[in-house]
Ligand binder design. Structure first.
Ligand code: FAD
Length: 415
């Protein structure tokens, strides 16, 4: 064993970088090693499908911190250090190049990777995924005016790429296997509201569309659906979800359940090893179930808590989830888990702005989705977050009525 107590983090992404920072902020004075495999310092991913594709920001401008930040805090950031194995017995991680690093506490923050299309032609040139800065740069280059872009998947990534591609002057077709968009994220009425806007902007959308193959010899030229429809295109963007990178944990005998299984302190079944961010599934006290989130705020919140728990502070995680997206001039903010609702109540907060409240079977508020102008939705979504944390049961008539201040309901619930 090393004589130097060391915190080792696998994954130099958002959660890994923020955890390294939080360890120092919480007074850890020993070694911190942050191991990444993207050959670049940790960066923010949300701009990749928005500002970067729009040409408003370079990927270099998405870095969380500069070099001095890591140097001044004695964070040993290694950006070309792919971890191949965790040796739990010896408390070491082994890198691809054979070197090993001892740990006192280990965090696995390896994130998630995009699912690939499994049809003939999926490896043709002109087929893009979007997870990394390199992916975003390649796709930004492909989104030239008048190009025909076929996007597979009407999830958030697919719809954000659609909006960016329209803004770049491309012709856009979205191909979705499900009966509607955003199936796992929001109720149908919310998805419909967003899709209406995409259609207004000229995006063509095929629902319940099964892809038979991608067409082309070296470069993709089209998509053939199982019903015989052929969609000509110059490039294809695949946005069909992600899978958590659990391989290292599985090989080391760490429990996995749709992500690395952690308890509510983000600790795995090995007391020296934690997991956080997109890669882990955790029990959520508020929703009384195990869940895995793939969003920016969750990576931030997890980093803050896991750093403290690597220092044995024993804190539990129970934040209300929060997610945002930007498409055209619309902001989407989601608090809680709207998909867990069985009833939706709509509040109009502006000419084109709406808050969609999701209530569960018992009338408990479990989610709120704001769609529209930022100034017309943000405050209500923030208040809804507090109501969700309270497991508030509110009469639908009050939620619906813009004259009823949501804030007054928080106080009433707390009383
Ligand atoms: C294009 C895009 C747009 C997004 N937009 C939004 C948005 O608008 N709103 C929102 O809330 N969320 C958004 N997200 C999601 C958000 O960015 C993620 O939830 C967040 O990045 C998760 O952070 P993470 O640290 O868990 O994983 P990641 O950021 O994926 O970091 C994991 C890192 O671990 C590295 N790694 C993996 N295996 C190894 C190994 N064996 N050795 C060393 N390193 C390894 C990976 O290469 C990666 O760098 C978006 C994501 C993408 C891709």
């Amino acid at each position: 064993m090393s004589t130097h107590p060391a915190m080792v983090i696998i994954g130099a992404g958002q959660c890994g970088a923020r955890t390294a920072h939080a360890l120092r902020e919480n007074g850890w004075d020993g070694e911190i090693t942050l191991l990444g495999n993207e050959c670049t310092a940790p960066y923010d991913r949300p701009p990749l499908s928005k500002a970067v594709l729009l040409g408003e920001r370079s990927t270099a401008q998405c870095a969380f911190y500069d070099e001095a930040f890591y140097r001044d805090r004695r964070i040993d950031l290694r950006v070309d250090a792919c971890v191949q194995k965790i040796d739990r017995g010896a408390r070491k991680v082994i890198l691809k190049d054979g070197r090993s690093i001892d740990y006192q506490r280990l965090l696995i923050a390896t994130g998630a990777e995009p699912r690939r299309l499994d049809v003939p032609g999926a490896n043709l040139e002109g087929v893009y995924l979007l997870r990394t800065a390199d992916d975003a740069n390649a796709l930004a280059e492909a989104l030239q005016p008048s190009r025909r872009i076929a996007i597979v998947g009407a999830g958030f990534i697919g719809l954000e790429v659609a909006a960016s591609a329209v803004a770049r002057g491309c012709e856009v077709v979205v191909i979705e296997a499900g009966a509607r968009a955003l199936m796992r994220a929001v109720p149908e009425i919310v998805a419909g509201y967003l899709i209406d806007r995409h259609r207004e902007m000229g995006v063509k959308i095929h629902f319940a569309a099964q892809i038979e193959r991608l067409l082309g010899t070296t470069h993709v030229t089209g998509v053939k659906l199982k019903d015989g429809t052929q969609i000509a295109c110059d490039c294809v963007v695949v946005g069909i979800g992600v899978k958590p990178r659990t391989e290292l944990a599985e090989a080391a005998g760490i429990d996995v359940a749709d992500g690395i299984a952690v308890d509510d302190t983000l600790r795995t079944n090995d007391p020296h090893i934690f997991a956080a961010g997109d890669v882990c599934s955790f029990p959520h006290r508020l929703f009384r179930r195990r869940m895995r989130l793939e969003c920016w705020k969750n990576a931030e919140d997890h980093a803050r808590i896991v750093a403290r728990n690597m220092l044995e502070r024993g804190e539990t995680y129970s934040e209300v989830p929060w997610f945002w997206s930007n498409q055209y001039d619309m902001t989407i903010q989601i608090a809680g888990m709207p998909a867990f609702g069985v009833q939706t109540v709509v509040r109009e907060t502006g000419a084109t702005s709406r808050i969609f409240f999701a209530l569960d079977r018992d009338g408990v508020l479990v989610g709120a989705s704001g769609v529209g102008k930022l100034a017309e939705i943000a405050r209500d979504v923030r208040v809804a977050q507090a109501l969700i944390a309270q497991r508030a049961c509110i009469e639908p008539a009050k939620l619906e009525d813009p004259a009823v201040k949501l804030k007054s309901l928080v106080a009433a619930e707390a009383a």
